[in-house]
Design a protein around this ligand. Structure first.
Ligand code: KIV
Ligand code: ZN
Length: 511
């Protein structure tokens, strides 16, 4: 029987460290729920000591996830570990992940500590974490550039102190697959108590080798891989969950282990993360890119029609590329909507939220003939944000765009329950709408991303707009969907402004 390969998802922690990918507490909870549905073993939810917002987000995830283990990150410092322990108090199953750097350059130049001091601090941190949970992970940060003898020494010491998972990070993405595999092999061979812990890897993608390095480590004994949806993460990102999981699943002739993931949740999770973070997936991205299962050349199409396996090594449906269901239309009722949403893993916590979703569904059905699963996902996102009692609401918008004329937008908003209107001209109707909104709100925020994607195909498809705003060190992302892309854009801009207004949220998640 093949071993289990544990999947540790860090989209909500390392993934959030992608510049601009900050997520609110509610967004983290939505992503955590889909990860749980996917049967991810461990969800790293954040870095509680980083800010109150991060603490609250980890706590919210810990309080609602029951099937996956929820993990919080902590430096090897008492205050970090105590904060992590506190945030995880409500979890059904919890893990504290503590780390300290072990490479000569990090110890000398960043920590300004001797190797002996680093061992002592690591051991003390693991012992302190064990006061909160018996599931403790230790990472020697920058292990990929650390000395083997020293790594063996510190890892042996932390296992003795109670660490149950040892994670080997290639923090700067410097390793080459054969070398990283060898490192895992050597550590497992040389550390006398290595059989008392699971060995894990956490690879960054600076040289585009994060997945290859992770897989090489798995072939050499690693039994946990840390990864993120769409490969999100610090700088060039982390190993992408979908690629690691599908490589191992597809090449069972090579790997002596497999995950227990429900891979049909991969595409929905990828879309959710792309939508929330505003980091779109490139069309040629393996597994989740729009072209991953598309065959353009006649020879390939002919081959696939004759025998699918001539050019396809995986089945699209296995990773969640469902044949788009035309699910509901204008005459469908509330219970049909509720039941389809349930199939998609979406349940409402109140009758009121379902009613709001139903009202939006009816509006959409008036404009669009066929409503697909992806339309429903967008509709639910809208309902979740509409659930908040937003400070700024869109009442109406009118745009004029004509050849030879300067585009103009007139907009009416409700701001703290007071109606206010403004008009503005712009380079195009979207620009004019944003300027009109700014005439009223005067946010002074900088627009750093504006992107439009169609949710489904066809000219009646909903446009899904992402807006990223920055103000005083805070970055927020927001979405808006509508069959009219100018309205979708205005909704998205207003959603972003509402997020900026909320008192919390977080500064950049990293300390
Ligand atoms: O890349 C890294 O070293 C990390 C650690 C905290 C595991 O993210
Ligand atoms: Zn990392």
């Amino acid at each position: 029987m093949s071993d289990k390969l544990i999947i540790f998802d860090t989209t909500l922690r390392d993934g959030e460290q992608s510049p601009g990918a900050s997520m609110t507490r509610e967004e983290k909870v939505r992503i955590a729920k889909i990860l749980e549905r996917m049967k991810v073993d461990i969800i790293e939810a954040g870095f509680p000591v980083a800010s109150h917002g991060d603490f609250d987000a980890v706590k919210a995830v810990a309080d609602c996830i029951t099937e996956s283990t929820v993990c919080a990150l902590a430096r090897a410092l008492d205050k970090d570990i105590d904060r992590a322990g506190e945030a995880l108090r409500g979890a059904n199953s919890s893990r504290i992940h503590t780390f300290i750097a072990t490479s000569p350059i990090h110890m000398e130049k960043k920590l300004r500590m001797t190797p002996d001091q680093v061992v002592d601090q690591a051991v003390a941190a693991v012992k302190r974490a064990r006061r909160y949970t018996d599931n403790v992970e230790f990472s020697p940060e920058d292990a990929g550039r650390s000395e083997l003898d020293y790594l063996c020494r510190i890892i042996e010491a932390v296992i003795d102190a109670g660490a149950t998972t040892i994670n080997i990070p290639d923090t700067v993405g410097y390793n080459i697959p054969y070398q990283f595999g060898q490192l895992l092999h050597d550590l497992l061979e040389r550390i006398p108590n290595s059989d008392k812990a699971i060995f894990s890897v956490h690879c960054h993608n600076d040289l585009g080798l994060a997945v290859a390095n992770s897989l090489s480590a798995v072939l050499n004994g690693a039994r946990q891989v840390e990864c993120t949806i769409n490969g999100l993460g610090e700088r060039a990102g982390n190993a992408s969950l979908e690629e690691v999981v599908m490589a191992v699943r597809t090449r069972q002739d090579v790997f002596p282990c497999d995950t227990t993931l429900d891979t049909t949740q991969i595409v929905p999770a990828s879309r959710l993360v792309a939508g929330i973070t505003g980091f779109p997936v490139q069309p040629n991205k393996a597994i989740v890119g729009a072209n991953a299962f598309a065959h353009e050349s006649g020879i390939h199409q002919d081959g696939v029609l004759k025998h699918r396996e001539t050019y396809e090594i995986m089945i699209a449906e296995d990773v969640g590329w469902s044949a788009q269901h035309i699910i509901l239309g204008k005459h469908s009722g509330r219970s049909a909507l509720k039941s389809r949403l349930k199939d998609l893993g979406i349940e409402f916590d109140s009758e009121e939220s379902l009613n709001q979703a139903f009202a939006r569904f009816k509006d959409l059905a008036d404009k669009k003939h066929e409503i697909f699963d992806d339309d429903l996902q967008a509709l639910v996102s809208q309902t979740t944000s509409a659930d908040r009692d937003d400070y700024i609401k869109l009442i109406s918008i009118k745009v004029c765009s004509e050849t030879g004329e300067i585009p103009n937008a007139s907009i009416t908003l409700s701001v703290n329950d007071q109606e206010q209107s403004a008009s503005a001209e712009g380079g195009g109707p979207v620009d004019a709408s944003f300027k009109a909104i700014e005439k009223i709100i005067k946010s002074d925020a900088k627009l750093i991303l504006y992107s439009v994607n169609n949710i489904t195909s066809g000219t009646d498809a909903q446009g899904d707009v992402t807006v990223r705003l920055e103000k005083s060190d805070r970055i927020v992302n927001a979405q808006g969907a509508d069959t009219d892309i100018v309205i979708a854009s205005a909704k998205s801009y207003i959603n972003a402004l509402n997020k900026l207004i909320q008192p919390d949220e977080r500064a950049h998640p990293q300390l």
